[in-house]
Design a protein. Sequence first.
Length: 490
Amino acid sequence: MLNVKTTFPEGFLWGGATAANQVEGAWDIGGKGLSVADVYSFDENLPKDRWSDQWLMMTHNQVKEAQDPSVEKFYPKRHGVDFYHHYKEDIALFAEMGFKCYRMSIAWTRIFPNGDELEPNEEGLAFYDRVFDELRKYNIEPIVTISHYEMPLHLSTEYGGWVNRKLVEFYVRYANVVVNRYKDKVKYWMTFNEINSLNHHPFTSLGVVEENHPHIEQAKYQGAHHQFVASALATKACKESNPEAKVGCMISYQLLVPYSCDPDDVQATIQKQRNALFFSDVQVRGYYPAYTARMLADKNVVLETEPGDEQIMRDYPVDYVSFSYYMSSAVSAHPEKLEGAVGNVLIGGIKNPYLSASEWGWQIDPKGLRTALNQLYDRYQKPLFISENGLGAIDVVQEGDVIDDEYRIDYLREHIKQIKEAVIDGVDVFGYTSWGCIDIVSASTSQVTKRYGFIYVDQDDMNKGTKRRVKKKSFHWYRNVITTNGEELE
Ligand code: BG6
């Protein structure tokens, strides 16, 4: 009756992931409008162990400058790696690796350039028809994020972003258009990328400029409430257009462990972990968890809701839980006492002395992925999908176009081993998409040289280069992983 699973399930969705704003480029082609991603300028002096200040807190001045053609700054996400013109070649390479699926996003600004139009832009819709058709040609299942850090800039500058209830209407109109248009081509959807990231970079996720909000926590949680309602309405639209469709939430999951067994460290860890799990708690269960009242009261947040919000959230929870996993970090209730332990393990975590880190200071913890999978499955009992995981590193092209990225293979191998452990533990995980399967522009640093891909793109941080695609050593390795359904990892 109770059989231990020993292999990845049949039909496991192996693949890769990207986002429109980081790959497509063609920012001013096909009627596309400016998105919030298009206003991040490149800072060549940014130290590796930090997120850019702009990523954490965009200012009015920076947004204004980005719209002024006389300002000579470089905006990498406008150029991506030109997937817009290379998609056929790129998808053929994904197919050569044997991808079963490709997680991608639709740029909202290709469909509704400003976000508040009543009618969609046909040229943008036609582009994604071509992309989905190309994927289908190779039997690659598209897994589509409706909004991945690329909301229309206009909705930020004119409406103040997601704090404004009107954003629900705009997003739902957009979601309705895409789920109906592609109902025969797309089965798996995600409503918002890393919805919990609005805690850390509210401009990208919510279009909120902090200068406008002395009480930023209020703005963040009000924006989150609007996204929860919008996500439920998008799920409804999706189910109505195709009852077979599956809609997932997507959170950024950073495993947090107490720095010590001090009960204060343990409590601090639980509180901090809720910064991520609060969002999936709501989207999976369809209601605010019991700890919400105290959590919001502690932050002095009072949510404005409308009649019907509660019901729609209850009626349309998500079907599956997807998450990104790159690293873990430790949590201390008294970080000021721990000299040298505080680094950019993001979100103010503490260095874990048992772990090594990437060149960008992201602590590598493959076993943490097994814990994450078990924790999420114990909590929700819903199918899980690992929508991002990977190593950002500098790659060197040697003579004969050889790129020996053994470090990336090591990272991926160790993580995939732990996914298998979780499968044996009994966790229902149905897919894995390695992040940045082709080199892309980094979200947090806007670099291309922080490379994640199996496919190298000959392009530097300033968009110079031929954009030629070159297969790395990991390309061949991953193809074998897929062919053997995760059995051969060496
Ligand atoms: C995730 C995002 O947080 O991490 C991606 O969903 C992002 O958009 C990825 O690219 C890796 O982060 P970075 O900053 O190295 O690009």
